[in-house]
Ligand binder design. Structure first.
Ligand code: 2AM
Ligand code: CA
Length: 271
């Protein structure tokens, strides 16, 4: 038991240092105006040479520190089957923002032990903010404890919402109508991990997204849970993608409803 805890503390320290190094590498491309070599993966879905370089940096560091662990990354996939510990990372979440030099992109590093999410580290290089959480150990931003927003007043609440090409535009419009009809506001950052980090520290009240990939959300989900929030996700089912919500307890019902609206594909359910 103590050994497990020590192992988690070590993993968290390595993940924090690695996320910072990775984020600073990515930021250096913007600061030094280096070519990004943008490729298109699909509609509104991009990858740059920086995503790949940053993922390689992270993989090399994690492999050196934990040779027995597996690594699953957005750009280079899973390196081995059957490991008890699997690192799950997105080198740049919010690539579309990154390549336009807009804020709201980050490095996201999470880990599962026997399929259960235990660790979440997100680094926002633009704001120089490091978010970190480990199962049962709370959540921090730049070393200070963070918590979800306790104010449940709907006409003060701000929800993050996600939309990915291929999902129902009608359902998305209904989600936004539902938020505005109840006096709340919405934001769409273009980075799932950043929105989750901002739910964890109370800057947002909740977040709902009908289609996410595990590397977009695992770290943020651990952060929100450890910051006292409520989450619904697909990760312990073993799936690599699905819908998620994460919210302060008093905003959780609305965030759940936003997913229900999407499931009904445009037919808003009765509250
Ligand atoms: P990315 O920047 O790593 O591509 C933006 O809508 C959010 O959705 C980002 O977190 C983005 O991650 C992610 N995203 C983009 N395309 C996606 C897809 N096809 N499936 C799931 N998530 C996607
Ligand atoms: Ca990415």
């Amino acid at each position: 038991m103590e050994h497990e805890e020590n192992a988690l503390v070590l993993m968290q320290a390595v993940a924090e240092a690695t996320a910072k190094a990775a984020g600073r590498l990515a930021l250096s491309y913007l600061v030094e105006n280096k070519p990004l070599e943008i490729e298109t993966k699909g509609p509104q879905d991009f990858v740059t040479a920086v995503d790949k370089a940053v993922e390689l940096l992270i993989r090399n560091r994690l492999r050196a520190a934990f040779p027995d662990h597996a690594i699953l990354g957005e750009e280079f996939g899973l390196d081995k089957d059957g490991a008890r510990v699997v690192w799950v990372l997105d080198p740049i979440d919010g690539t579309s923002n990154f390549m336009r030099d807009r804020p709201s992109w980050c490095v996201s590093i999470g880990a599962t032990v026997e399929g259960k999410p235990v660790l979440g580290v997100i680094f926002d290089p633009v704001k120089d903010e490091l978010y970190s959480a480990a199962l049962g150990r709370g959540a921090t931003r730049n070393g200070q404890p963070i918590a979800v927003n306790q104010d449940g007043t709907m006409n003060k609440a701000v929800f993050g919402v996600g939309f990915t090409s291929g999902k129902s535009v009608t359902a998305h419009a209904r989600q936004i109508s539902h938020i505005l009809d109840h006096g709340s506001e919405y934001r769409r950052f273009g980075s799932s991990a950043m929105m989750l980090a901002h739910v964890a520290d109370g800057r947002l009240d909740g977040y709902a997204d009908a289609r996410t990939s595990i590397w977009d959300v695992i770290a943020g989900l651990v952060l929100v849970r450890e910051a006292g929030g409520v989450v619904e996700d697909f990760i312990e089912s073993g799936a690599q993608s699905g819908s998620i919500m994460a919210a302060a307890p008093r905003a959780a019902q609305t965030a759940s409803l936003l997913l229900a609206i999407d499931r009904q594909d445009g037919q808003e359910p009765r509250p």
